[in-house]
Design a protein around this ligand. Structure first.
Ligand code: AG3
Length: 276
C-alpha cells in the first residue's frame, strides 16, 4: 500500500510526497507539528500541514536566507533569527568565525525539541556556546532588541502564529533593532503563487529601509519551487559580495559569490510585481 503526504499549497495546487513512515505528530500550543519520512526528500518537518524543512533540500533555503546577508556584512557579530526553530539558519550563521552571538527567537519550544531529536544535522548549532535561545514572541522580543548586525525572519506562512511578522510595523521594529550597518532578510514566499503577498512585503520593507531588494532561489519542496527573500538594509549594498570568501564558504552546496549576484537578477514578471 502506498501512503502519500499532501500539502495543499493553495486551493488549486498541492505537492505530494510518498511516505515511508510518519515519525511524529503532536498538537503544540501553537500549531500541529509532524515529522514524516519521505522517499524522495528524506525526513520532512511539517507545521500546520505546510512543509518547512526536508533533509534533501534544506540547504538551499538555509544557505540563501543566511549567507546572502552574512557575506555582505563587514563584521557580523550579533545575529538573530526570528522563527527558524529547526536551527538550519543558526547552523549557517555559526559558520562565520566573527559571529559572537546567534540568537534564536522561536515562539514554539516544541519545534526546537522535535528538530533536535529528528533532524540532528540541521539543529546542530542549537547547543553551540554562541547560541542563545529565546522561546517567546518574535515581535515582543524585537521591540527590546538593539544593535544587531543581521536579523533573519525565518517564519512560517502568514497564517496563524506568523501573521504579525509580515506587517510594515514589524519591519520598522527590525529597523530599530539593527545597528547602522544592519541588514534584515525575510523569507517572502512564492512569486508565482503569492504575488500580492510578495508585493505587500516589499512595500512594507521599503517604507523603512532605504535599500530594499528581492532575491530568488529554487527550493523544490516549497510552493511552486521558486522562492523569494526580501532584503532590507540601512546602507549595505546587497550585491557587494567579496570575490574571495573565507573558509566558512568551503562546504556550502548552493551559495557562491556568483550565485549570490545572480540571485538578485529578477525575471521581468517579478521585477514588475515589486515596481508597481
Ligand atoms: N520557513 C519557510 C517555510 C514556508 C514554506 N511554506 C509552505 N510550505 N507552504 C521554513 C523554516 C525553515 N527553517
Amino acid at each position: 500500500m502506498e501512503v502519500w503526504f499532501t500539502e495543499r499549497q493553495t486551493d488549486a495546487v498541492s505537492i505530494g510526497l510518498k511516505v515511508k513512515a510518519v515519525l511524529w505528530r503532536e498538537r503544540t500550543p501553537y500549531q500541529e507539528l509532524a515529522v514524516v519520512d519521505t522517499e524522495a526528500y528524506g525526513r520532512t518537518l511539517v507545521l500546520d500541514g505546510a512543509i518547512q524543512t526536508t533533509e534533501r533540500d534544506e540547504y538551499v533555503y538555509h544557505e540563501m536566507i543566511a549567507q546572502v546577508p552574512l557575506a555582505v556584512h563587514p563584521h557580523p557579530r550579533r545575529v538573530a533569527v526570528i522563527g527558524g526553530g529547526d536551527g538550519g539558519a543558526i547552523r549557517e550563521i555559526l559558520r562565520h568565525p566573527e559571529v559572537e552571538e546567534a540568537h534564536l527567537v522561536e515562539i514554539d519550544e516544541r519545534v526546537v525539541e522535535v528538530a533536535q531529536r529528528f533532524f540532528p544535522e540541521i539543529a546542530v548549532g542549537l547547543t553551540d556556546d554562541r547560541t542563545r535561545l529565546h522561546f517567546t514572541d518574535g515581535i515582543a522580543w524585537a521591540r527590546e532588541a538593539r544593535d544587531f548586525d543581521v536579523i533573519l525572519v525565518d517564519s512560517t506562512d502568514p497564517v496563524g502564529p506568523a501573521q504579525g511578522l509580515f506587517t510594515p510595523d514589524f519591519y520598522r521594529t527590525l529597523y530599530e533593532a539593527l545597528a547602522p550597518d544592519g541588514i534584515m532578510v525575510a523569507q517572502s514566499e512564492s512569486p508565482f503563487l503569492q504575488p500580492e503577498l510578495l508585493r505587500q512585503i516589499v512595500q512594507g520593507v521599503r517604507q523603512h529601509f532605504p535599500i530594499t531588494r528581492v532575491y530568488l532561489a529554487t527550493i523544490p519542496t516549497y510552493p511552486s519551487g521558486l522562492w523569494s527573500f526580501t532584503w532590507g538594509s540601512k546602507r549595505q549594498d546587497p550585491e557587494a559580495v567579496p570575490e574571495m570568501v573565507g573558509e566558512w564558504a568551503q562546504s556550502l552546496r548552493y551559495w557562491t559569490p556568483a550565485v549570490h549576484r545572480a540571485a538578485f537578477c529578477l525575471p521581468p514578471f517579478v521585477q514588475e510585481l515589486i515596481d508597481a
